[in-house]
Design a protein around this ligand. Structure first.
Ligand code: GRF
Length: 201
């Protein structure tokens, strides 16, 4: 039976799209649920197009509401893909080791509360770093702190601005996140992932 994956989103949903592209009908993992804290997240229309059940949480801080939604779809793995709120600790406890997040920087640098989206890329450029990238990590009670499972690196190029760097990192995210989910499906739980693996179209 494929691993049943819930994807939590707050915004655009390009990582959700990358997952859906990589997880074809024969894949060992299947997105069975999209959870959002915002009814206006564009990612929800992607879920609709793909005919995946989508739920906007009434109170994203309510662990019981989360757990009811996840349990209704018998979810095995939760993937935070551009989900900006802290996941309630009751959910972390129940799903410990089974929640992963994608971050648009090379953690442990450039992470923590308030470090998301453009701010990460601005900080990387301000630091003079020669490379950036994406990180997939386990989620615990603190933003961006859980065990790192894999990273995909990209160069910072002369003339980069936050938008150009963001676009390059996003491509890396779109390779790394499906690879991490496929590795998790193969192992039965999230595991370290070195290289993006082939997709199952
Ligand atoms: C990505 O850069 C991800 O790393 C971060 O939020 C962004 C979400 O983009 N956590 P999208 O909604 O998947 O397009």
């Amino acid at each position: 039976m494929p691993m049943r994956v819930a994807v939590a989103v707050s915004g655009r949903g390009s990582n959700l799209e990358a997952l859906l592209r990589a997880l074809g009908p024969d894949a060992p993992a299947r997105v069975v649920l999209v959870v959002s804290d915002r009814a206006d997240a564009p990612a929800l229309s992607r879920a609709g197009t793909a005919r995946i059940p989508a739920v906007t949480l009434g109170d994203p801080g309510d662990a019981d509401e989360w757990l009811a939604v996840l349990e209704r779809q018998a979810v095995d793995l939760v993937v935070l893909a551009g989900y900006l709120k802290l996941v309630p600790s009751g959910v972390i406890e129940r799903f410990r080791g089974r929640i992963i997040n994608i971050h648009p920087g090379l953690l442990p640098a450039y992470g923590g509360k308030g470090m998301y989206g453009r701010r990460v890329h601005q900080a990387v450029l301000a630091s003079g770093a020669r490379e950036s990238g994406a990180t997939v990590h386990l989620v615990d009670e603190v933003y961006d702190r859980g065990t790192i499972l894999g990273q995909a690196r990209v160069p910072v190029l002369p003339g980069d601005d936050p938008d150009r760097l963001a676009a390059r990192v996003l491509e890396a995210e779109h390779r790394l996140l499906p690879a991490a989910v496929l590795a998790a499906a193969a192992a039965g739980r999230p595991v370290p992932v070195d290289q993006p693996v082939e997709s199952h179209q």
